[in-house]
Design a binder for this molecule. Sequence first.
Ligand SMILES: [Zn+2]
Ligand SMILES: [Zn+2]
Length: 109
Amino acid sequence: MRREGTNPDDVQPEDVLCDFCHKAAWADDAPCVEGHHGSIICGGCLTLAFAALAQGGAGSSEPCTMCLEVRDEYAWHGTQTEAHICRRCIKQAAGALHKSTDWDWSKPK
Ligand SMILES: [Zn+2]
Ligand SMILES: [Zn+2]
């Protein structure tokens, strides 16, 4: 998501916020993955989501923030927000980070 008041013609790195913790996703070189409609999840949240996924949990009847689909499967909720990410998107995002960076998302930062 974008910070409120962001100039759409001049988006700065610090204007791009993680939908799940509302921290600047690009501020400290942390890897992040983009979804639909400018949604974004940072590496820190993805680490938490992936860990929670391994433990299992309830599904969600709300559409996934990243893919906008309502999926009857586990969804992880952000720490600060109502945003959530479905199981499929967690796995896809984790796979994308794995390929594009040497980010060790198995260790929370
Ligand atoms: Zn985050
Ligand atoms: Zn999804």
